[in-house]
Design a protein around this ligand. Structure first.
Ligand code: PMP
Length: 352
């Protein structure tokens, strides 16, 4: 930290993103990207976006994209917020709604703690149960904002809509943020509950199921009052945070929504295949409704497996953290990639 920096940042521990190696090509199963390319319309949208348009500022309201999202999710324009990836939305939401404190699971998306610290907000990490499921009662009536990824990451476990309604009813004076980054891979979205509960903010992303992690596009759906709060922060930081190209490709992707939902089905199939194969090799695999599996083996430590797979050109995600250091999070890639993963693991275990 330089001597010029705000001392409040001294103890801030930044988020460590998954590796994005530029040195060689890996079978990349470490950051939950889609193995499938964006749809044809996205390619056309990129080709059509003339360089000349880049001379002008983008539409800060992303009107066309917002309209299409509103249509697809049965919402009003005033109920939709768009931003530069869902991380951006989480950041804004913590700042807007976290003043009374924030509750989130001890094993969840690492950025929650970073955002809470960045904004100097009190937070409490609530322990997941032994099987990594969430005890909903732990989040009821505590007078704090609740943030839960559903499906949770890195476990892949889900809450039911009934459980989410319980959270919403038990916390009427606090925002319940449901992070649905992985919902298209088999979870149940709570978007439909946003009309009924003024305290629900449902956050989604184009990074996973819509094959567009590099475009940086996320959206939230909630009551107009919540969306207006987020807009206020966006317009107080960077009103142009979703650039012209991203708006164009986002809109094109929504026009071909079926393509993406089909890709999700393929991923769900490969997930079932991978789980079965890993279990055959003696792994314990947490039931997952996301595009990744969280698995551990009695035969090899989590870190060792991660390192050996990397040597073989397969990248998975290992978290050197209490409770989960025996595990690896394995993104579901194409069927071919998953077969290559299983072959690599067989070779590694054979040599153990
Ligand atoms: N929420 C969860 C649970 C995630 O795993 C991720 C991806 N790292 C995000 C949000 C952020 O995704 P993005 O900013 O790419 O939309």
């Amino acid at each position: 930290m330089s001597r010029f920096c705000n001392p409040k940042l001294a103890s801030l521990e930044a988020y460590t993103p998954g590796e994005q190696p530029q040195d060689r090509t890996y079978i990349k199963l470490n950051t939950n990207e889609s193995p499938y390319p964006p749809s044809k319309g996205v390619r056309k949208a990129v080709a059509k976006a003339t360089v000349d348009r880049l001379r002008l500022y983008c539409d800060p309201n992303a009107t066309a994209l917002k309209k299409k999202l509103a249509e697809l999710y049965g919402a009003e324009l005033s109920e939709v917020f768009i931003s530069n990836g869902s991380d951006d939305i989480l950041n804004f939401a913590f700042l807007a709604f976290g003043a009374d404190g924030i509750l989130f699971p001890d094993i969840s998306y690492g950025f929650y703690e970073v955002f809470a610290n960045l904004h100097g907000l009190p937070f409490q990490k609530v322990a997941l149960k032994e099987d990594f499921s969430i005890e909903v009662n732990d989040y009821c009536g505590k007078g704090k904002m609740v943030v839960i990824a559903n499906p949770n990451a890195p476990t892949g476990r889900t809450l039911t809509l009934e459980e989410i309604e319980k959270l919403l009813k038990a916390n009427p004076d606090n925002v319940v943020l449901i992070d649905e980054a992985y919902v298209d891979f088999g979870g149940e979205s709570c978007v439909g509950l946003t009309k009924k509960y003024a305290n629900l903010l449902c956050v989604q992303t184009f990074s996973k199921s819509r094959s567009m992690a590099g475009a940086r596009l996320g959206f939230a759906i909630g009551a107009p009052e919540l969306i207006a709060d987020l807009e206020k922060i966006k317009y107080s930081t960077n009103p142009y945070n979703v650039n012209t190209l991203t708006q164009a490709v986002g809109l094109a992707a929504l026009q071909e929504n079926e393509y993406y939902m089909d890709s999700c089905k393929r991923i769900i199939k490969s997930r079932a295949y991978t789980k079965k194969q890993l279990e055959k090799l003696g792994f314990s695999v947490i039931p997952s409704q996301a595009n990744f599996l969280f698995a551990k083996s009695e035969k090899i430590g989590g870190m060792e497996l991660y390192v050996k797979l990397k040597e073989k050109g397969v990248l998975v995600r290992h978290f050197e953290k209490d409770r989960i250091r025996d595990y690896n999070r394995i993104t579901i890639g194409s069927q071919k990639q998953m077969q290559a993963l299983i072959t690599a693991i067989k070779e590694i275990l054979g040599a153990c």
